[in-house]
Write a protein that binds this ligand. Structure first.
Ligand SMILES: [Zn+2]
Ligand SMILES: [Zn+2]
Length: 1011
């Protein structure tokens, strides 16, 4: 039953979302002026033709603030009433500008047209331009006008350009063996807007030395409220030099070595100047890049936050899994759109970093119900352990009964295999420490350890991972016990059978990686696949060529079927691709992006090249979509690369057409949808492609677009995450060392946007999910709403958390005239894109609502209980509802009176405070086998390399490793560090991206957000 407890606990904050309150991100044309063009410049270079129809010709010269930029600008013409005019744009060499010719009925000498020019990285400008007859030639009946546009760079573009320029001056890119740029730009807001233009600045400013496809541009995943930071690194021989810019400043925060071979003194200088989570992020990524780690692993690490043992371990786990237990079939794991399917259900124990790697490479995201995980260490699981279920759904058959009625029977019951692996951190760390006689442990040692692991992956990948269990014959009951199901599992309803819709299995809460339970099942041993794997040896140029060829083929098809010449840098053209995620014979494929850019100027930072998150084994495909002048027609070409022939499959519809509209009109036609999804885009990716292409059609915000890409499709379900994130950042702002933690109770698509934008993740131990029954998550305080999960603002300094339950209620829609589910979904997605931009939508009747309730403060022990999924009798959600309402002083007083008992109960009490006594206590109590929070991954503790750098990594990892670190410290009594071994100081130490981290830069925005 739903908890109807008296509402005495609750603090209720209702936000009826008033869209007007959202910051309007729409950039309106900034510069507007009127120019009376004389036309004389242009007529000189335009051959005068004498036809009688009035035919205005407007000459437009475009100059860029950065004169080395040669971008083909987007130029639009509107009449004085604002109606868009279809104009032909050509470049006139003699005029050194663009010529726009169009027909306009009723144009006379002096008629004005509104011309606007836009280009990526620049502020859109518009001018009113008047047209006149050619005074020098009375027989010429054309009207002429002209204007010059001096385009001004956006603030973000300038920042990226100038940072790159300065870095080049300091590091001399052209003398380097190779160059790397790492930036937080993208999602973080810079001067009020998302900061992707910074990336444009880096790419254009580096003159081709830094490109997406070379893998030397890494976008470190951050939240909207994080600062824009850059690190540029050059490798020359064995030296690795870096320039770091922080918080949008062009004064370098650090210039010097970033190599793992630096001295402790050098590390201290680096750490002092860079500090925060970025210090280890930049250093670990730079050294891994220098060591030759493949680009896809670096990108995964940038998603996770840094390179660490768990990143590399997770990668190795994926390699072993795919070799011995390759994917069979994608299935859904809960409610969702057709895109919400995965081939593996990952059963994780959050906090080991490996979770993020497997989610990334297998595209088994939490929002697609591909990931289940909360703290199940009490059952014997560890954070470096991870389970995979390959599940085959139940099939049904209809039988006719003796009385002539029909009923469903189970034809083949669902079944699955369950594989559990660990990356062997203890053994590896010991071997490394023995080999290098490492006696203390700090960030520099972590960097060296990473390098050692990277070499191991190259030479002996199997040695990093251990298969713990390889089981088969998992039954439906066991499957649902582990992954949970929010609703009853029923017989289908497609046929009018007597038992249609009847319950087969009741709704069931998830139990995650409950090792005791799994052991008790006594399942049979699974059989490994024996297929051999081959590794390709394609060069960057060869893979890049695949992108070049695909683009050229698409160009020729558009020309052949529509007579359209695809323009370079066209902002109405988008390329969607699986390149960058999928493999060709084990090789990553991002180089194809550069080939596409060369031909079409399409790039992620321009929102015109959209790599869609796909599992590594999926095909390499390219989709080219041209948005029509009506803003609705989506002319599309689909290509799939065939690695065996080097040729392309070209999609065509049942009539043989290679260019097909996939816009809203096509989606609202069931026959067309069926034709397109079976013939034109036939690789099971139709929904992924059409949903993101149509979302892009409505110009979504960059952060929203990145989330669609991560989720691998756009859908209504992914949308609440944007609003929940914005709500949390506004109403629960972080200060000091605080950071966010989310425990999901109702899990669907929106969990992916929440993970991506709130900066939490399973690998960081800051996102966990425990699927509960729909009955339990029915909101008590928001009629018609759902209790989605719990937000915790954890404060490691006071070891307290502020928790609240977040409920969400869907808007209601007006979908008149939309008859197919695809068209309805498309309209709902467009409604959410409008809402997120702060605009109204014709498809929305009632707006969405967000509510937080049960707000209270919790102790470390209570936090650990929450992370463990509650108690034996109640879920985490029910547990939080049962807590008394307290304010911070209540809990601090309580904490004092209980001093000691709460030590070590959770994973957040890192070692930032330099209090050796309490840290030591945490270490020992963490080792006693009680429930540990496990938050913060088992990666590095970033610290200054002082002689007292020995850190205990309290709570980051299971007790065994705590003991291990502790032993290592004790095992070196003669070392010069020994005196300080127990003085566990870590200046600004951070759990590996964990809860101590995110708050570092948040303080500055606190005042703003509280207003
Ligand atoms: Zn979805
Ligand atoms: Zn990590």
């Amino acid at each position: 039953m739903k908890n109807r407890a008296i509402k005495r606990h609750m603090v209720l904050l209702v936000l009826t979302v008033l869209f007007a309150l959202f910051i309007c991100g729409a950039a309106s044309a900034a510069d507007s002026s009127t120019t009376n063009g004389s036309g004389s410049n242009l007529t000189n270079s335009t051959s005068a033709s004498s036809h009688h129809v009035v035919d205005p010709i407007i000459g437009v010269k475009v100059g860029y603030e950065y004169s080395s930029d040669s971008i083909n600008p987007e130029i639009t013409v509107k009449d004085s009433k604002g109606a868009k005019i279809n104009a032909t744009k050509t470049y006139d060499m003699a005029f050194k500008g663009y010529k726009l010719s169009f027909d306009y009925a009723g144009a006379v000498s002096g008629t004005k047209f509104n011309v606007s020019v836009s280009a990526p990285g620049y502020t859109t400008q518009s001018q009113m331009i008047a047209v006149f007859f050619n005074s020098a030639n009375a027989t010429d009946t054309n009207l002429y006008g002209s204007a010059t546009f001096n385009m001004k760079a956006t603030a973000a573009y300038k920042l990226g350009r100038e940072a790159t320029k300065k870095a080049d001056q300091l590091l001399n890119f052209s003398k380097a063996d190779k160059v790397l740029a790492i930036t937080t730009a993208g999602v973080p807001k810079y001067k009020g807007v998302t900061s992707e233009d910074c990336i444009e600045g880096i790419l254009n400013g580096s003159g081709g030395k830094i490109t997406y496809g070379k893998g030397n541009l890494l976008m470190l995943r951050q939240t909207a409220t994080d600062p824009v930071d850059f690190a540029f690194i050059v490798k020359k021989g064995t030296s690795l030099q870096a320039v770091v810019f922080l918080n949008g400043s062009l004064t370098p925060a650090y210039v010097g070595t970033i190599s793992e071979n630096m001295t402790k003194k050098q590390w201290n200088a680096y750490f002092k100047n860079v500090s925060g989570e970025d210090a280890f992020a930049f250093a670990s990524l730079a050294n891994a890049w220098s060591d030759g780690v493949s680009n896809d692993v670096l990108r995964e690490a940038a998603f996770h936050g840094h390179v660490c043992e768990g990143t590399l371990g997770g990668y190795s786990i994926v390699q072993a899994l795919l070799k011995y237990y390759p994917p069979i079939k994608a299935t859904s794991g809960g409610v969702g759109s057709p895109g919400d399917i995965t081939s593996y259900k990952i059963i994780g124990v959050p906090g080991g970093s490996d979770d993020d790697a497997v989610i990334y490479f297998l595209d088994a995201t939490p929002g697609k119900s591909g990931y289940v995980g909360f703290d199940t260490t009490a059952t014997g699981a560890t954070t470096n352990m991870i389970g995979f279920i390959r599940w085959t759904d139940t099939t049904y058959k209809v039988v006719t009964n003796a009385d002539g009625t029909k009923s469903y029977v189970v034809d083949v019951p669902g079944t699955g295999s369950l594989i559990i692996m660990t990356y062997d951190n203890e053994a590896n760390k010991k071997a490394f420490q023995a080999q290098y006689k490492i006696t203390s442990w700090g960030s520099l040692e972590e960097l060296k350890y990473n390098t050692w692991l990277i070499q191991k992956i190259k030479n002996d990948p199997g040695s990093l991972v251990k298969f713990n269990m390889e089981l088969t014959g998992l039954t439906e009951e066991q499957y649902y016990y582990i992954v949970g199901t929010a609703t009853n599992v029923t017989f289908p309803t497609a046929v009018n059978a007597t038992n249609k819709g009847q319950t087969r299995f009741a709704a069931q809460n998830a139990h995650g990686l409950d090792l005791n339970y799994i052991k008790s099942l006594n399942l049979a041993k699974a059989t490994r696949a024996t297929a051999s794997t081959s590794n390709g040896s394609l060069t960057y140029d060869q893979i890049k060529n695949i992108g070049t060829n695909a683009s050229n083929i698409a160009k020729s098809i558009f020309k052949k079927e529509l007579g359209i010449d695809l323009e370079k840098d066209d902002r109405d053209l988008v390329v969607l691709t699986s390149a960058g995620y999928v493999y060709l014979n084990g090789q990553s494929t991002e180089a194809a992006w550069d080939g596409i850019y060369d031909v079409l100027g399409s790039r992620l930072s321009r929102s015109t090249l959209l790599p869609i998150h796909m599992a590594v084994w999926k095909p390499l495909w390219f989709t080219f979509v041209l948005r029509g002048a009506d803003g609705k027609t989506m002319s599309t070409v689909y290509l799939r690369y065939d690695p065996s022939t080097g040729k392309f499959f070209i999609g065509n519809n049942s009539e043989g057409k290679q260019v097909n509209d996939i816009g809203p009109a096509a989606l609202n036609n069931a026959t067309k949808v069926s034709d397109l999804s079976t013939n034109f885009i036939p690789d099971g990716n139709w929904f992924n492609i059409q949903s993101i292409a149509n979302a892009w059609r409505n110009d979504p915000a960059f952060d929203q677009l990145l989330t669609f890409l991560f989720h691998d499709h756009a859908c209504p379900g992914v949308q609440p995450g944007f609003f929940i994130t914005e709500y949390i950042q506004k109403n629960y702002p972080l200060s000091g060392n605080q950071s966010y933690f989310w425990m999901a109770s109702s899990i669907y698509c929106k969990d992916d946007s929440l993970v991506y934008l709130l900066g939490v993740s399973p690998g960081m131990g800051t996102y966990m999910d425990q699927r509960l029954s729909g009955e339990e998550t029915t909101s008590e305080y928001l009629p018609g709403g759902t209790e989605e999960g719990m937000i915790v603002v954890w404060d490691p300094d006071t070891k307290t958390g502020k928790v609240a339950i977040v409920s969400f209620k869907w808007p209601t829609y007006n979908l008149d005239g939309l008859t197919t589910s695809e068209a309805q979904r498309e309209a709902m997605i467009s409604a959410f894109i409008s809402m997120y931009k702060g605009e109204s939508s014709p498809y929305v009747n009632e707006p969405l609502s967000l509510v937080t309730s049960h707000e209270t403060y919790i102790t470390a022990q209570e936090f650990a209980r929450l992370q463990a999924g509650g108690t034996n009798n109640e879920s985490a959600l029910a547990y939080v509802k049962g807590l008394p309402v307290r304010n911070l002083s209540d809990i601090l007083n309580q904490g004092n009176s209980n001093n000691g008992s709460q030590n070590g109960q959770n994973g957040q009490n890192g070692n930032h405070n330099g209090n050796s006594t309490s840290n030591s206590q945490q270490t020992s109590s963490n080792s006693n086998g009680q429930v540990t929070g496990s938050v913060g991954d088992s990666g590095p503790t970033v610290s200054a390399a002082t002689q007292t750098e020995v850190t205990n990594q309290a709570g980051e990892t299971p007790s065994a490793q705590q003991g291990n670190t502790y032993e290592v410290s004790k095992a070196a009594p003669q070392s010069e560090e020994s005196e300080m071994n127990y003085l566990l100081i870590a200046v600004g130490a951070i759990l590996c991206g964990g809860l101590l981290v995110v708050g570092f830069f948040k303080g500055s925005i606190l005042g703003f957000l509280r207003k």
